[in-house]
Structure formats: structure tokens, C-alpha cells
Design a protein around this ligand. Sequence first.
Ligand SMILES: Cc1ncc(COP(=O)(O)O)c(C=O)c1O
Length: 457
Amino acid sequence: MNSSRKPNEVLAEFAQQQGVQTTDKEFAKFLDEQDKIAHLRDDFILPSTMHDEAIQLNDIIYLMGHSLGLQPKRTKQLINQSLNSWASKGALSRAKPGEICPTKDEKLALPMSKLVGAFPDEVSIMNTLSVNIHLLMVSFYTPTQTRHKILIEKQAFPSDYYIVQSQIEQRGFKPEDSILQLEPRQNEEISRTADILDVIEKQGDSIALVLLPGIQYYTGQLFDMEVITKAAQAKGCMVGYDLAHAVGNVELKLHDWGVDFACWCNYKYINSGDGAIGGAFMHRKHEKNNRPKFLGWWSHTKSTRFDMTNQLDLAPGINGYRISCPPSHGLSSIEASMEIFDKTNMKEIREKGILLTGYLEHLLLSNHKVSKYIEILTPMDHEQRGCQLTLKLKFPAIDVYKKLMERHVICDVRKPNAIRVGPVPLYTRFIDVYCFVNILQEVLQDFTEADQTLATL
Ligand SMILES: Cc1ncc(COP(=O)(O)O)c(C=O)c1O
């Protein structure tokens, strides 16, 4: 599918060709048969237990990859290999014969760089997301008396907010003077690009750093990173992105967009497990920068790292930002994920993601027994979202969520009153989406029948 074509149009065309309705079960099966990356589902271990109850295989509908991706089948094998190697070889397991020090993190930067649209030397697998944002901000947040603000969004993820707050304080400024928050218009949930550009245009001269998400964790809004980056840099601001919800979900072109830096976690759409080692990008234009930075022995270039002279020979680019020796078992789980991504590419993943999420939206809105009780907060324009849809409910979201769980649907609930559902192209089938909407209809029907008090939308 061409990403510029609306998913609804594609669905209607397919259904017409097949002589079925888009809402038919047969249509979901047809879409699965057409799916070029459907086989990748076999590379994952599908959940089979809800709390302690064993569930029939394929009966759990997993729609929570936006929070924690599923485990690839190869993960355990590769981690076991790493453990066995350590057990049998001790310190000799760390590097291959002839290698001075382990380089697995650098090797994994190659497949990872393809996911974010970067050169391999612009990407490093290191630390965790929040730590990496801190490390990059040491370099890229250099406030002056006239330019000390950081532009973030009002609904920033708590970690990002605390990072910004503490970095500002650490530089001797006050968060109340230096945090500039983007706020959607009254009664709107989505930040309009035009409004963001307006803030940058009007206040850009006082902004040191623009730090935004690629995809907003609550609404699922995909920011126009290319346009925002250009506008902010034209005003002399540095631009960094938190790509936790974007990497492995949408196509990214960090190098071409000229983004200064970006950081992400690898446990959502990358599927490397809770607390997996994170990823960081710094553009080549900053490869030899003299900016302040925090250093450790892994910042030293690998060929002389073990000379132990204490004369720093800084590794170029983002590799100079690594501080510690990376954990080898953690790298094995990144490796397992990269093997799967290597069987496809972000264009294919995104094409399926657009259609799958469009199909979910279509079924939700064309089912009157569902649509009257929900409001989709995520943008309707497929170019402005990834694969997550956030549903604001007319009933208490926590109760709907619990009832969905009873029917073996795994999604999540977020305050004040929404559930987030994320059909992930690598392992979610169209039939899962079809079943989810039917289950949601049953659940909502329970509420209407029980005559629950409507919460205000
Ligand atoms: C948008 C966003 N930023 C930051 C974080 C924090 O990530 P970490 O705990 O890996 O630092 C998360 C975690 O889910 C997140 O979703």
C-alpha cells in the first residue's frame, strides 16, 4: 500500500474486489492471507497465560506492544548462548580471538540504524532511554541568559519532564522560567503542527532545545519531525526526540531530517524485553563536537581503549557518548529482535501498520454499538499516527479494561479515561483486530445493560 493512500480507500477497494463487506469475518481472513509479513508472527512467543490461567494458543489478543513487545523465539536461545559462552570460557567469552574488546554493540548499530534512517556510526546501543536523554542533553542543552528555554509538550511523559526539570536546575536556571510547554488548543487533544511552528517562530530565539516525542505516548500522535526540526533549527534551536513509541513503528529519517539527537527504548516495538538496552542517535554533523559530555572508558576509541593510559582518545560521534561496557546478555536480546527486522524493512512494516490500524479504526467506527461509546483521541489522518489508537470511553475505562482482560484481551488503561490499543504489524493479525472489536462491543453492551452511569466524555 502506498502510505499516501487512505486505509479506508484501500479496504473498500479490496472488499469490493472480493465481493464482501469490510466488516465481514471473511474479509479479516482475506487481509491476513494478503499480508506479506504475516509469517513473522511465527518468530514470536505468543502469550498463553493470563495471570495464572493457561489460555488456548491464539485465544489471547495482544494489543499492548506499545508498552511491551512480545518475546522473539530466538531471544532465549541467544541469551543462553551468551550464558553458556561465559560459563565455558569465562573472560575469554567477551571477545573473539584477535579482538581487543567486545564489539557486539557496534555490530548491532547497523541493523538498528536502518530502523531510524541513520548511518551506523550515528547510532549506538547503550544505557536506557532516560539515561541517554540526560547524556545527550549534557551536550545539547547549553543555556545562556537569553536562550535557556526547553520546549516540551504539556503532556510529556513523566520521565522526560523530570529530565528536563533536573537538567535546567543543574545548569542553575529555574524550571518555571525555562520550561516552555506546548499545549493543544482548548477542547483538543492533539497539538497542531501549525501551532508548534507558531511557538517556535515567536519564541524560538529564547529556546535552547526542542525536545519532543516522535509519537505521543498517550494520544498516539505522530509529530511531523522533519518540519519541526527545520523550523526550530532555522531559529537556532537544538532539536532532540524521544522515539520510545516511534522506533520500529513508523519510518524515520533522522539523518535526512537533520535531527541533532534522538533516543529510544527497545522494549516496545523493538521487542527486546523490559528494561532492554536503549538506543541513541547523534547526527554526523556533530561527529567531532567539543561540547561538554560525560565520559567513561567506553567513550574511548576501541583500538586503544585497553592501553589504559588515561589519555582520552574519544570515539567519534555517538560512540563517544557510551560510558560503560554494555551487558552482553542484553545485547543478545537486541540481536534476536534485529534478526526479525532484518527479514523485512520499515516500509513493509509501516504499510501493514497503516492498514491494520486503519482497519481497527474502520471497524470501531462502523459498529454503532461501539462507536457511540467511544471517542478516538488519536489523529484520524494515518500520516499523523503510528499503530496505536487511544480510545476515550463513556464508561469508566478501568472497568472496561478489566472486562476486556476477562475476555483475554490485553491492552492498557491510562488516566483519566482511556484505553490504548496497539495492533503491532509484526505479530498482530487482522482477525485479532476483528475479534477485539466484537469483544469490545460485548463488553460495552454489558455496561449499557447494567445501566451504568455515563461518565462525561
Ligand atoms: C515516551 C517515553 N519516554 C521515556 C520512557 C522511559 O524509558 P526508560 O525507563 O527506558 O528510561 C518511556 C517508558 O515507557 C516512554 O514511554
